[in-house]
Design a protein around this ligand. Sequence first.
Ligand code: AVJ
Length: 316
Amino acid sequence: MTKDITFLEDIKTGFSHSPKYISSQYFYDKAGDKLFQQIMNMPEYYLTDAEMEIFKEQSEAIIKSFELDPKKEFELIELGAGDGKKTQHLLKALLAKKYRFTYIPVDISQNTLNVIESRLDDVLVNLEILPKQGDYFQVLEELIASQKPKVVLFIGSTLGNMPDQVAKDFLNQISAHVKPNEKLLLGLDQIKPVEIVLPAYNDAAGITREFNLNLLRRINRELEADFILENFEHAPEYDEIEGIAKSYLKSKKDQKVFIKNLNQIFHFAENELIHTEISRKYNDEILNELISESGLEISEKFLDKRGYFADYILTK
Ligand code: AVJ
């Protein structure tokens, strides 16, 4: 499978780089998906609760901000659909208001889409749902010909895994796929003190630690490597000024690891870091800079009560 070749090549590239890195996209194998679900239930991981509160309590206002013509059918496209638990509240409110729309969750993982579809089929019997498996932009490209107006959702602060320049390109591309007056609902974690952010990436139960170490487990399994997981520790950081949480795996000692499928030995010095993830936090100024060349503008902002998380409405 080409996917495996990519993993192999990406690991080779990342481990040959100084400092070493593993792309955060590789967290999400079967075990990683499960661990992320558990992370979302950790008391320290405030992001999910905060955004859930926004959807539970402010869905009516969010719908108003879409400025839809109630007589016209529209398409609600969710990029990276997750488990649908948050979106469910918005969908329910739209149905209650008798809007006619098709909900189109888009995800790389067919498995994820199946989970959402069966969950939503149970709770929202009248929902028209049309899951699409594939790459976001490929799917948006397919939908561009549609005459129906669209609203695009990209929630959960997933954008935060992208370096700013990548995020900028991503938002420019989304903008290129929507028409004037169409909306993007963008969920972004807000910059806040280290005492709140850092524990979210270092929960006491050790789930995030497992999530990070699972990358090595995956390399062992899929690339036939001999990482000893006990020889690495989970090392997260958060710089409050910059507003970026960073996760690393730190080598506890000087060691060598053999990756059979690359027929290559990699050396890890004591305390050497493998960078595995960034989770950027935002404010209006940072977001405005990211969308400055996209033609999108912030038209509204919905915060949870604590002001931890924001769902922005961006209008083209
Ligand atoms: C799914 C990207 C929003 O960065 O907060 C959670 C992933 N990583 N704990 C985040 C994650 C470690 C999460 N996002």
